[in-house]
Design a protein around this ligand. Structure first.
Ligand SMILES: Nc1nc2c(c(=O)[nH]1)N[C@H]1C(S)=C(S)[C@@H](COP(=O)(O)OP(=O)(O)OC[C@H]3O[C@@H](n4cnc5c(=O)[nH]c(N)nc54)[C@H](O)[C@@H]3O)O[C@H]1N2
Ligand SMILES: Nc1nc2c(c(=O)[nH]1)N[C@H]1C(S)=C(S)[C@@H](COP(=O)(O)OP(=O)(O)OC[C@H]3O[C@@H](n4cnc5c(=O)[nH]c(N)nc54)[C@H](O)[C@@H]3O)O[C@H]1N2
Ligand code: SF4
Ligand SMILES: [Mo]
Length: 877
C-alpha cells in the first residue's frame, strides 16, 4: 500500500485528501486528518473522487480538426496560428480564456506569456463569473484584494451571517465545521440571508428570505441602524478609515427606516430588527458571502455594503470578526494571486506605470501589456465580432458556464482558430474546437492551489499520465518557446515555475504589498515535493492567519475606505406579474458542467436530471403539475426541465441548477437564458436574476429507458436526459410526434423483438422489458396520454438480480415494487445509498428524533455528512 497526500480538486474549502493505492491497485480516498482545512472530513463529492478517475471519456492525444496528431505538429501549428494572427492583425487579435481550476504554476505561466511576452492583457478567467465582484469590492475598501479572515474565525465567533451562500452544499466541510462549532458554543448564532430556504438554513437561528437583488438596502439599513442606535466604533473609524460620513449620508438619504427596508427587501420588520440587533450587539461577527452577492449586476456594491458595516464597528482583523468572501474553485484564490483577471498583474499588482515597469523588469520581457484587457463577457463579444482570431480556452467550459450560450456558440463558430486544453474529449466547448490539447488531470499532475483562507497546498501525483496528456504549464511554455521566448520559459519542473513566482511576490515589495511568499523562492525540489500547507503572507516561515490586525490597510494612507452605496435594483428588474425571476446555482453532488462528477452513478442518485424549483401556488396558477416537464424561456432561448414543487422557493421565483450540459441533456443548459449583463465595476455577469416565462411542456409522449449498454439517442426523442447508473444508463425521453406503433418503433431502436410487454392503449401506457437468461437487459416505460410515469427506483434494483421471479417480472411492467422489495424512494445518503422512504419509515417506526439515532439504525449520514441537513429536515417534518 502507498499513501499520497494531496488536495481535493473541487471547492475552495481546499480539503486535504489521502489517496491510498491498495495492493490490488484500487485507490481509496480519505480525508487528511492533518490538513488544516478539513482535519479528516470530506463531503460527498470528495468521497467519490476515486470513481471519477477512469480513463473513459478522457482526451488522450492532441487533435487537429478531429484528427489525432503528434505534440510536435500541434505545438508548431498553435504557435504558427498565434504568430500569424499577431503579424496580420496585431497582438489584440489573440486571447486566452483560462480558469480557477488551473494550478498556480499553470496560471502564472499563461499570464506571463500573454501579458509579458505577447504583450496584451487579453487573458481573462472564469473567475470573472465567480469572484470578480469580491475582488473589486476588496480593492475599493482595502486597496488590495485581501481576504482578511481564516476558517478558525468561523469557529471562534458568536455570530455567522451567511449572505447568498449555500455553504451546506457548496462548502460542505466548512459548513460541518461551523455546525460543530455551534454544537460546542450555544452562543454561536447563525443567520442566513437567501431568497431560497436552502439546506444551509438547517442550522440557522434565523432565515431572511430576501427579495432577490435587494441586499444593498438591507446593509445600508444596518449601517444606519448602527449609527442611530449608537453602536459605531468611533475610535476605529477615526484611526483606520476614511469616507465614513459620506457613506452614512447616502445610506440615510436612500432609505432611513426599517419599515422601508422591510418593504423593499420583502422581509418582516421583526426579522430585520433581529438581524440588526444581533450584528450590533455581538462583538464577534463573521459575514460569509458568496455568489448571491458576487453574481449580480450590482455585485460590487453588495460587497462594499457588507464591508462598510464591518468597518463601522471595527469588526475586522480580529479573532472571530471579519467579512469573509468564500472562494468557489479549488484555485480561485491562486488565480487572483497570479493576476488571472484581465485587469490585474501577477502578485496583486495593477496596471499602473510603476507596477508594469516592476513586472517587466522582473520578467526581463521585451514588452508588457500597459492596460487592462477584455473581461470575459466582452472578450467573447470581441470573438463574435471577429476582432479576436485565435482563442485559447484552458480548463473551463464556457459554452455551458458563460451567459447566453447561443451567443457563445455563434462566437466560437465564427472564430478562425479555437484551441481548447481539457482533460475530457467531448464537452460542449471541445465540440467547437479546431485544436484539442490533452491536459493532465487530478492525480496525474502536481502544483499548488490556494483555498478560501489563503492557505497554499499542493496537489500531488499518484497516477500515470493519461495517454499523451501534458501539464498545462508545459504546453504553454512549449508555445512560448516556439514564439521565440524560450529563454524566459525554460522551466524543467513545476518547482522551477513556483520558485520564480514566489520570487516575484517579494520583488521590490518591502512590505508594501499584501501578497508575499518570497521566502519560498529558494524552496528545494525535495521540499516542494513534500510541500506543507501554509497561509500567505509568509514571514520567517510562518503563515499569516489574519490581515489588518494592526488596523493598517494597503491604501496610500493605510486607511480602509468606506464606499457610499446608492442602492439599485438589478439591471433587469421586472414586473413580476408577467415574469418569473430565474435564480441559478449549485446542487450538492454535482460540480459545475459535470465533466467529472457526471461520470459517477453515485453522485447522480441525489438529483439526477435538470429541474426547476417552483412554489406550488405559482405552479398551479401556471397549470404545471409536480414532476411534469416545463419550458422556461425568454428572448434568448429556452430550456425544458422537470418541475419540482418546493415551499422553500419564494413566490415569483424559480431556481435551476447551472450544471447540465448538452452531452447529458437536450435542453438543460440554463445559461441559454442568461443575458450578457454585468456589474459595471467588476464585469461579473448577473447569474441570479433573469426574467423568464414558464409554461407546461406539451410533448405527445414521455418515457424512460433503463438499459445496460449506452444508447445512441434517436431523432424521435425531442427531449432527453442521459444519466449514468451503476448497472448502465437511464434515459428520460419525450417526443413531439405521435408514434403509432411502439412495437415497430422498438424494433427500429433496438433491433429486438422478444419483449415482455404490457400495453394499455386506452390509458396510454406502453411498457417493455427485455431479459436474457432471466436477467434484465433493458426496460422502457412510455406514456402518451400525459399520465405520470411510475418511480424508477424499484425497477433499477432489478438489474443486479440473477433470476427474476414472477413478482419481480410484474414490477418490470407495473413499476410498482413487489411486497418482497421495498420502495426506498429517492437517494438522500449517497455514501450508504439510503432513500427518502427508508428514512421516513425508520423515523416513524422507531421514533427516531436525532441524526445520531438515524446513523445507528441506517448508517445514513455517518460518512461524509453532506446529507445531514436533509435528514434533519425529514426528522422535523
Ligand atoms: N456542490 C458544489 N459545490 C460547489 C460548486 C459546485 O459546482 N457544486 N462550485 C464551487 C464554486 S466555483 C463556487 S463559486 C461556489 C458557489 O457557492 P454558493 O455561492 O454558495 O452557491 P450558489 O448556489 O451559486 O449561490 C448561493 C446562493 O445565493 C442565493 N441568492 C441568489 N440571489 C440572491 C440575492 O439576491 N441575495 C442573496 N442574499 N442571495 C441570493 C441563491 O439562492 C443560492 O442559494 O461553490 C463551490 N462549491
Ligand atoms: N447560470 C450560472 N452560470 C454560472 C454560475 C452560476 O452560478 N450560474 N457560476 C459560475 C461560476 S462561479 C463558475 S466558477 C463557472 C464554472 O464553469 P466552468 O469553468 O466552465 O466549469 P467546469 O465544469 O469546472 O469546467 C472546467 C473544465 O476544465 C476541465 N479541466 C479540469 N481540470 C483541468 C486541468 O487541469 N487542465 C485543463 N486544461 N482542463 C481541466 C474540465 O474537464 C472541464 O471541462 O461557472 C459560472 N457559470
Ligand atoms: S468540501 Fe468537499 S468538494 Fe470541497 S474541498 Fe472539501 S471534499 Fe472537496
Ligand atoms: Mo465559482
Amino acid at each position: 500500500m502507498r499513501h499520497f497526500k494531496t488536495i481535493c480538486p473541487y471547492c475552495g474549502t481546499g480539503c486535504g485528501v489521502i489517496v491510498t493505492r491498495e495492493e490490488n491497485g484500487q485507490l481509496k480516498i480519505q480525508g487528511d486528518k492533518e490538513h488544516p482545512a478539513n482535519f479528516g472530513r470530506l463531503c460527498s463529492k470528495g468521497s467519490a473522487l476515486a470513481e471519477t478517475l477512469s480513463l473513459e471519456g478522457r482526451l488522450l492525444s492532441p487533435e487537429i480538426n478531429g484528427q489525432t496528431t503528434s505534440w510536435e505538429t500541434v505545438l508548431d501549428l498553435v504557435a504558427q496560428k498565434i504568430q500569424q494572427s499577431i503579424d496580420q492583425f496585431g497582438k489584440e487579435s489573440v486571447a486566452f480564456y483560462v480558469s480557477g481550476q488551473l494550478l498556480t504554476e499553470d496560471y502564472y505561466v499563461a499570464n506571463k506569456l500573454m501579458k509579458g511576452f505577447i504583450g496584451t492583457a487579453n487573458i481573462d478567467t472564469n473567475s470573472r463569473l465567480c469572484m470578480a465582484s469580491s475582488v473589486a469590492g476588496h480593492k475599493r475598501a482595502f486597496g488590495t484584494d485581501t481576504v482578511a479572515g481564516c476558517y478558525e474565525d468561523i469557529e471562534q465567533t458568536d455570530l455567522v451571517i451567511l449572505v447568498g451562500s449555500n455553504l451546506a452544499w457548496c462548502h460542505p466541510v466548512l459548513f460541518q465545521r461551523l455546525n460543530a462549532a455551534k454544537q460546542t458554543n450555544p452562543n454561536l448564532k447563525v443567520i442566513v440571508i437567501d431568497p431560497r430556504k436552502t439546506a444551509t438554513c438547517d442550522i440557522a437561528d434565523l432565515h431572511l428570505p430576501i427579495q432577490s437583488g435587494t441586499d444593498t438596502w438591507l446593509f445600508n439599513g444596518l449601517l444606519n441602524f448602527l449609527r442611530t442606535n449608537d453602536y459605531l466604533d468611533f475610535e476605529f473609524i477615526e484611526k483606520h478609515t476614511t469616507g465614513f460620513s459620506e457613506a452614512l449620508k447616502i445610506a440615510k438619504e436612500t432609505l432611513p427606516s426599517i419599515p422601508q427596508v422591510a418593504q423593499i427587501c420583502g422581509l418582516q420588520e421583526n426579522h430585520i430588527v433581529e438581524l440588526y440587533r444581533r450584528f450590533a450587539q455581538t462583538k464577534k461577527v463573521v459575514t460569509i458571502y458568496s455568489q448571491g452577492v458576487n453574481q449580480s449586476s450590482i455585485g460590487t456594491d453588495k460587497v462594499n455594503s457588507i464591508i462598510n458595516c464591518h468597518l463601522a464597528t471595527g469588526k475586522i482583523g480580529k479573532i472571530g470578526a471579519t467579512p469573509f468572501s468564500v472562494t468557489g474553485q479549488p484555485n480561485a484564490m491562486g488565480g487572483r494571486e497570479v493576476g488571472g483577471l484581465a485587469n490585474q498583474l501577477a502578485v496583486h499588482l495593477e496596471f499602473t506605470e510603476q507596477h508594469t515597469d516592476l513586472v517587466q523588469r522582473f520578467w526581463k520581457s521585451p514588452t508588457i501589456a500597459k492596460q487592462a484587457g477584455l473581461k470575459a463577457v466582452n472578450l467573447f463579444q470581441a470573438v463574435e465580432a471577429g476582432k479576436i482570431k485565435v482563442l485559447w480556452i484552458m480548463a473551463t467550459n464556457p459554452l455551458v458556464s458563460l451567459p447566453d450560450s447561443n451567443f457563445i456558440k455563434k462566437a466560437l463558430e465564427k472564430c478562425e482558430c479555437v484551441i481548447v486544453s481539457d482533460c475530457v474529449k467531448n464537452t460542449d466547448t471541445t465540440a467547437y474546437a479546431n485544436v484539442l490539447l490533452p491536459a493532465l488531470a487530478w492525480g496525474e499532475k502536481e502544483g499548488t492551489v490556494t483555498n478560501s483562507e489563503r492557505c497554499i497546498s499542493k496537489q500531488q501525483i499518484f497516477l500515470e499520465p493519461a495517454g499523451e496528456a501534458k501539464s498545462d504549464w508545459w504546453i504553454i511554455s512549449e508555445i512560448a518557446k516556439r514564439l521565440g521566448f524560450g529563454k524566459f520559459f525554460n522551466y524543467q519542473t513545476t518547482a522551477d515555475v513556483f520558485r520564480e513566482y514566489a520570487a516575484l511576490s517579494g520583488f521590490e515589495n518591502q512590505g508594501t504589498r499584501d501578497f508575499n511568499i518570497s521566502e519560498l523562492s529558494s524552496i528545494l525540489n525535495e521540499e516542494y515535493a513534500q510541500f506543507k500547507p501554509i497561509q500567505w503572507s509568509i514571514s520567517k516561515g510562518i503563515g499569516k492567519k489574519r490581515f489588518f490586525e494592526d488596523g493598517k490597510f494597503f491604501t496610500p494612507d493605510q486607511k480602509a475606505r468606506f464606499i457610499p452605496i446608492t442602492p439599485q435594483y438589478p439591471k433587469q428588474f421586472i414586473d413580476l406579474k408577467e415574469n418569473f425571476i430565474l435564480n441559478t446555482g449549485r446542487i450538492r453532488d454535482q460540480w459545475h458542467t459535470m465533466t467529472r462528477t457526471g461520470k459517477t452513478a453515485r453522485l447522480l442518485k441525489h438529483l439526477f436530471e435538470p429541474f426547476v424549483m417552483i412554489r406550488p401556488c405559482d405552479a398551479q396558477r401556471a397549470e404545471i403539475p409536480d414532476n411534469s416537464l416545463v419550458k422556461i424561456k425568454n428572448q434568448r432561448g429556452e430550456i425544458i426541465v422537470r418541475a419540482k414543487y418546493s415551499n422553500d422557493q419564494m413566490r415569483g421565483t424559480l431556481f435551476v441548477p447551472m450544471h447540465w450540459n448538452q452531452q447529458l441533456s437536450s435542453h438543460g443548459t440554463v445559461n441559454s437564458l442568461i443575458a450578457q449583463i454585468t456589474d459595471d465595476i467588476s464585469g461579473q455577469p448577473e447569474s441570479k436574476f433573469t426574467p423568464v416565462q414558464i409554461e407546461p411542456y406539451k410533448s405527445i409522449w414521455q418515457g424512460f429507458i433503463l438499459i445496460k449498454n449506452d444508447w445512441k439517442i434517436p431523432k424521435e426523442c425531442d427531449w432527453w436526459v442521459r444519466i449514468r447508473q451503476d448497472f448502465g444508463w437511464q434515459f428520460e425521453i419525450a417526443g413531439e410526434t405521435q408514434i403509432e406503433d411502439w412495437d415497430a418503433q422498438l424494433l427500429k431502436w433496438f433491433g429486438k423483438k422478444d419483449w415482455l410487454i404490457y400495453q394499455d392503449k386506452k390509458n396510454g401506457h406502453y411498457r417493455y422489458a427485455f431479459l436474457e437468461n432471466a436477467r434484465l437487459i433493458m426496460t422502457l416505460f412510455i406514456n402518451d396520454l400525459g399520465n405520470t410515469l411510475p418511480p424508477r427506483n424499484a425497477i433499477k434494483s432489478l438489474f443486479n438480480k440473477e433470476n427474476l421471479t414472477i413478482p419481480e417480472r410484474m414490477t418490470l411492467l407495473t413499476g410498482q415494487p413487489s411486497s418482497e422489495m421495498p420502495d426506498v424512494g429517492e437517494t438522500v445518503c449517497t455514501c450508504f445509498n439510503v432513500g427518502r422512504k427508508t428514512l421516513q419509515q425508520a423515523i416513524k417506526q422507531h421514533h427516531l428524533t436525532t441524526v445520531e439515532q438515524i446513523g445507528e439504525h441506517l448508517k445514513a449520514g455517518t460518512n461524509c455528512g453532506s446529507c445531514l441537513p436533509e435528514i434533519r429536515a425529514l426528522i422535523s417534518s
